[in-house]
Design a protein around this ligand. Structure first.
Ligand code: MG
Length: 390
């Protein structure tokens, strides 16, 4: 057996020329620690890209990498990993990644640590273990998950970080010309309003393109229903995150009141959170985020969705490419995956952080079939890692 002999965590910081979601609006100036709040969704962002990485090593020297969110207060996550989780993972077999995940979850469940930073830490550890297992076996993770179920995973273009609607529409058109037929715009930076944004993008992209609206949890159920109905004449592909994440009943009301499919799930970490919404008939498309779920919960959330006829359209957030690679490995191995978000502004800018095992061109994702995640951190990434201590 090839047991885990070492587990370390790191913070990866990558500077940005322009903040995520584009130029800052008035009143969005960063504070001394580099955090600013988007007025459109009341959410805090850093001015840099940042994530938390986990590196496991086995007795025979095989290395696995994992990654989770580190945008805000990353040391909260690395403290959980270093102070608590590492000692419970060392000595275990990486092929038991899902059992290890459940054991780690059980350590803190009665205290109510069933989400947030704790589960982010578990997610990073889980991905690193799956990567190590794949490398030990010499197989890509999609094979460990039962083999390839998807021939193609189309990417949809997400984020049009330009200052005006005209510029955003022109920019989307460039991606259309590059072979992408599906798009999503972000409501918090749709300065002329989401209905006008929808109309402007439809004019630019033509009748065939699929256009969705990320509503960033900003509406009451009734407001969301009204806004979606106003966008529907322009052909709305799906409406994402229309109401506050806690409002399960309200989400159900929205889903049952409009013709447009409702997409949600990027903020969940576990099947438990998904199941509550599935049971409320509140979800048409689930958008699991590998950076929060790890492979184990991602697969559980997706399989439960598929059993209920819910489409799977994984989310892609700010990261180095490690959890994106994990997300693609799982997506190719699952039934019911209808596509995957493509954050071009992150993937293309961070292309020097990992080897070219994954990517998206002509509207389709590709991944490598080498062992584990199919990517390697480059020297550039390694040089940016800040090692954390327990
Ligand atoms: Mg979103």
């Amino acid at each position: 057996m090839n047991r885990v002999s070492k587990l370390e965590s790191f913070i990866l910081t990558v500077p940005r020329d322009e903040p995520y979601l584009g130029a800052l609006r008035k009143g969005e100036e960063p504070n001394e620690r580099g955090y600013f709040v988007r007025k459109g969704n009341k959410t805090v962002y850093p001015t840099v890209d940042r994530s938390v990485l986990v590196r496991v090593e086995t007795e025979s020297g095989v290395v696995g990498w994992g990654e989770t969110y580190g945008l805000v207060a990353p040391k909260a996550t690395t403290a959980i990993i270093g102070d608590l989780l590492a000692d419970f993972v060392v000595g275990r077999d990486p092929f038991e990644a899902s059992a290890i995940h459940d054991d780690l979850y059980n350590l803190m469940r009665v205290r109510g640590y069933t989400g947030g930073f704790y589960l982010d830490a578990l997610g990073a550890v889980d991905i690193a273990l799956w990567d190590a297992a794949g490398r030990v076996a010499g197989k890509p993770i999609y094979e460990l998950l039962g083999g390839r179920k998807q021939e193609k995973v189309p990417g949809y273009v997400s984020g049009l970080p330009k200052r005006t609607l005209k510029d955003r529409a022109d920019f989307a058109k460039e991606w259309l010309d590059r072979g992408f037929d599906s798009f999503k715009f972000a409501a918090p930076v749709a300065d002329e309003g989401i209905v006008r944004e929808m109309e402007g993008l439809r004019e630019a992209l033509g009748s065939e393109a699929r256009i969705s609206s990320d509503m960033h949890w900003a509406h009451t159920p009734d407001e969301a229903i009204a806004a979606i109905r106003e966008m529907e004449p322009y052909g709305l592909w799906f409406a994402e995150a229309p109401v506050a994440t806690e409002d399960v009943k309200g989400l159900g009301k929205v889903a049952q009141s409009v013709d447009t499919p409702i997409g949600v799930g990027e903020e969940w970490r576990t099947l438990y959170e998904a199941q509550l919404r599935y049971d409320a008939n509140a979800v048409n498309i689930v958008q699991p985020e590998m950076g929060h779920t790890g492979i184990t919960e991602f697969v559980r959330i997706a399989r439960a969705a598929h059993d209920r006829g819910i489409g799977i359209l994984p989310h892609a957030t700010i990261g180095s490419g490690i959890f994106l690679a994990a997300s693609l490995q799982a997506s190719f191995a699952l039934e019911g995956v209808i596509g995957h978000e493509y954050q071009h502004s992150i993937v293309e800018r961070n292309h020097n952080l990992i080897t070219k095992g994954i990517g998206c061109s002509d509207g389709l994702y590709f991944l490598s079939d080498t062992g584990g995640l199919g990517i390697e951190p480059t020297d550039d990434m390694i040089s940016r890692l800040e090692k954390q201590h327990a």
